[in-house]
Design a protein around this ligand. Sequence first.
Ligand code: ADE
Ligand code: ZN
Ligand code: ZN
Length: 313
Amino acid sequence: MDGPKLRCNERAITVLVVLLMPLALPTVLGWGKDGHYAICKISLEYLSEDALFAVKQLLPDSAEGDLAAVCSWPDEVRHNRHYRWSSALHYVDTPDFKCNYQYCNCLGLFIGDCHDSSGHKHRCVTGAIYNYTMQLKSARGDASSELKYNLTEALMFLSHFVGDVHQPLHVGFTGDLGGNSITVRWYRRKTNLHHVWDDMIIESALKTFYGSDLSIMIQAIQSNITDIWSNDISFWEHCAHNYTACPDRYASESISLACKFAYKNATPGSTLEDEYFLSRLPIVEKRLAQGGVRLAAILNRIFTSNKASIAQA
Ligand code: ADE
Ligand code: ZN
Ligand code: ZN
C-alpha cells in the first residue's frame, strides 16, 4: 500500500539529486571527453603492431576494439563508491605560486608534491602512471600478475592519466584546486579557469575552426605532428634512464605552462575572450599531440616484444 507513495518520494529525491548534482560534484575532471578522445585517437596512429594487438586483447567489449571509446571511463566511474579512491589520481598540485614540480625529494624524507589531500604518498596522477605502467609491464607473460591485477582497468586508467597529466591545470596550485576555484567568464558564460582548460578552449575551437567536428580537429593536430613537430617526436617520446614512462617530466612541463599561460591574465572575476582563446589554443593543441604521441610510446615500450633478444635467448 505504501508502494506508490514511496516510489513517488523516491522519484522526487532522484529528480532533486539529478538537479543538484552539478553543484555537488567534486571538481576532479580530466580534459573533457573530447580532449581524452583526441589523445587516445592520436595515440592509435603511433602504436606498433604488437602494442595494438595487446591493447585490443585487453579492451572491454564495450570499446568495440577502439581504445579512444574508453579513455574517459575513469571520469565516469569516479563518482561510484567503488572507485572513489581513484579521485586523487587525476591530478597533482604544487604549493601556491610554485611553478615547478617535484615527485619527492627522494633523499630519505618524502617531501614532495605526489600525495592526496590526506598526505598519502604516491596518490597523484604521476604516481598512478608509474603504478599502472608497472602493472601492465609485470603482467607480460606472467600469469600470476594477470591474476593479481585488473589489466583492462590498468590500460584504461593509464591511457586516461597520461592525458590528464598533459592538461596544464591538472598540475596546478593547491590553494585554487588547479584553477577550479577561480571563477571567470568565458566570453559571456560564467565558469571556472580549470573548466576553460578541460573543455571550453576545445569547444570554442571546434565551433570556430573545425565545423563542430572533432574528427577534423584531430586530423588537423595529426597534420601538425607530421608537418611542424616531426623533428620533436623522438624528443617527446624519450624517457631518461630507459624508463618506460616519465610522468615527472610531463608534470613539470604542465606546471610551467600553467604559470606561463593558464594562470596568466586569468585572475578571479576576469573575462577571457579572443585574446586569451587565440593565444592559448596552440598550447592546448600541442599538449593533445604530446599526450597522444607519449601514450603510444609508453604502450609500445610496455607491449612491443623484443624478438631479437628472444631469438638470442
Ligand atoms: N582538485 C584539486 N586540484 C585539482 C587539479 N589540479 N585538477 C583537478 N582537480 C583538482
Ligand atoms: Zn580537469
Ligand atoms: Zn581525469
